[in-house]
Write a protein that binds this ligand. Structure first.
Ligand code: GTR
Length: 434
């Protein structure tokens, strides 16, 4: 993805970002010595100041309070449940895909009755080893389903996407050249060989990743106004994308070859933010994976290291609720931080991953958020991450409920990351071996 380029040696960089009305200078900090002193809000203190000492109080009182603050102040509110009339249509099934290793299915999930409203196109690969039900990894792709594998049988997306010469997106549409461009970020054969299904959809089916997207597709279905016309707590693109992951899981509940009780939801970068918000809200997800999700995802905002609240709200004014802008350059005033987003997943397992060169996403801030979710896991008798300091590169820690790894290299999801997710999933989703 296009992003700010980290200039080594330049510890306090200034970037120019263009807001709707004016040019503003947004300082970006890469100096650990300039991280402000901050106090993280204690997830185990309720809004009325009372301590939360047990899982029952967490569930009945504190968890709803935190969900409310993340909805109202950050991601915007999510409409509840399935829309009436939502229905699935299986559009293709190939029982001898990938040289006989996989069953490939394509499903159109229509969000209204009839076939004219908004929809998402799901692609499923499951092991060809039997009828299942298989545990699954569910996540969005960036360039249409055909980007996840060179398999010529995948239907080419016709949706809008940002023109990108490197990834063969021409005039805002995917071309045949996009087939398999993201294959290494999916590692589908490895996932299948370990006994899991892969389920994916193009995130732009739900909301195009541009300001106009909010009033189209799912945004239109719920009457979402234009970016600046929204009520202050109305959802943005990340909220819409997260909603779509829950609808995909609704479909999986109806697919007898997939075990919807053993679904890991995952995402990279902006889609990692999305996976965390989906996993926080929807307790049906059995494992939540955040790959290099950074600011607005797993990274603590209050460290103000790398991408910060003002920068993300300026570059992407349509991703979050308008209320989130109140914390531009005021991270200290946030009544919550991202460790509490992770804590909302408890007691279900969560895996946070960083990349060493991905300073923009603040790897240390991602680790600290994962660590500080620990007290909530402890309420459920789980140890959480179980380490005090950030583990060295390429030494993953799969704790009790919380896992973290820091990989060498850049902002990406790689086969190394998949190897860690599969190891974690083998422990917590326990697939049947072939
Ligand atoms: C960047 C953005 C990050 C991250 C990234 C991505 O431009 O600043 O927050 O979401 O895009 O999605 O690759």
């Amino acid at each position: 993805m296009k992003r700010f380029v980290f200039a080594p040696g330049l510890f306090f960089a200034t970037v120019l970002a263009v807001s709707a009305a004016q040019k503003v200078e947004i300082p970006i900090n890469y100096d650990e010595a300039k991280v402000p002193k901050y106090t993280l809000p204690d997830p185990l203190v309720a809004n009325d100041g009372s301590p939360v000492r047990d899982a029952a109080t967490w569930r009945a009182k504190r968890r709803p309070e935190l969900l409310e603050v993340f909805a109202s102040e950050m991601f915007g509110r999510t409409p509840a449940g399935k829309p009436p009339g939502m229905h699935a249509e299986v559009t293709s099934v190939e029982r001898a895909a990938l040289g006989g290793k996989a069953v490939r299915k394509e499903i159109t999930l229509w969000f209204t009755a009839g076939k004219t409203g908004p929809k998402m196109h799901l692609l499923v690969y499951q092991p060809a080893t039997g009828p299942g039900p298989f545990p699954a990894f569910l996540g969005y792709n960036f360039y249409g389903n055909q980007c996840v594998h060179a398999d010529p049988g995948i239907t080419l997306s016709t949706a809008w996407m940002r023109t990108n010469a490197e990834n063969k997106i021409v005039n805002n549409r995917a071309t045949e050249g996009t087939r398999g461009v993201s294959a290494s970020a999916w590692d589908i054969e490895a996932v299948l060989a370990r006994g899991y299904a892969t389920v994916t959809a193009y995130y732009g089916d739900l909301c195009e990743d541009r300001a106009e997207g909010l009033t189209l597709a799912v945004g239109a279905l719920f009457g979402t106004p234009a970016v600046e016309q929204r009520r202050a707590d109305e959802w943005g693109a990340i909220g819409i994308w997260a909603w779509g992951l829950s609808r995909a899981l609704d479909y999986l509940e109806s697919d007898r070859e997939i075990d919807a009780g053993r679904v890991a939801v995952h995402g990279h970068s902006r889609l990692g933010k999305t996976a965390l918000w989906a996993g926080a809200q929807d307790e049906r997800f059995a494992l939540v994976i955040s790959n290099n999700s950074g600011c607005g995802g797993a990274a603590l905002s209050k460290r103000v290291y790398g991408e910060n609240v003002e920068r993300i709200n300026t570059s992407f004014p349509f991703w979050f609720a308008k209320n989130f802008r109140a914390y531009n350059r005021r991270e200290a005033e946030l009544p919550f931080d991202q460790h509490e987003l992770i804590a909302l997943i408890a007691p279900r397992p969560v895996h946070v991953a960083s990349a060493q060169e991905d300073k923009w996403a603040d790897p240390l801030g991602e680790f600290l958020a994962a660590k500080h979710a620990g007290p909530v896991y402890a309420l459920f008798g789980r140890k959480g991450l179980g380490v005090e300091s950030q583990p060295p590169v390429n030494q993953p820690v799969i704790g009790d409920g919380v896992a973290y790894h820091l990989r060498t290299g850049k902002h990406a999801i790689t086969p190394y990351d998949w190897a860690q997710y599969l190891e974690h999933a083998d422990r917590v989703l326990k697939p049947r071996r072939r």
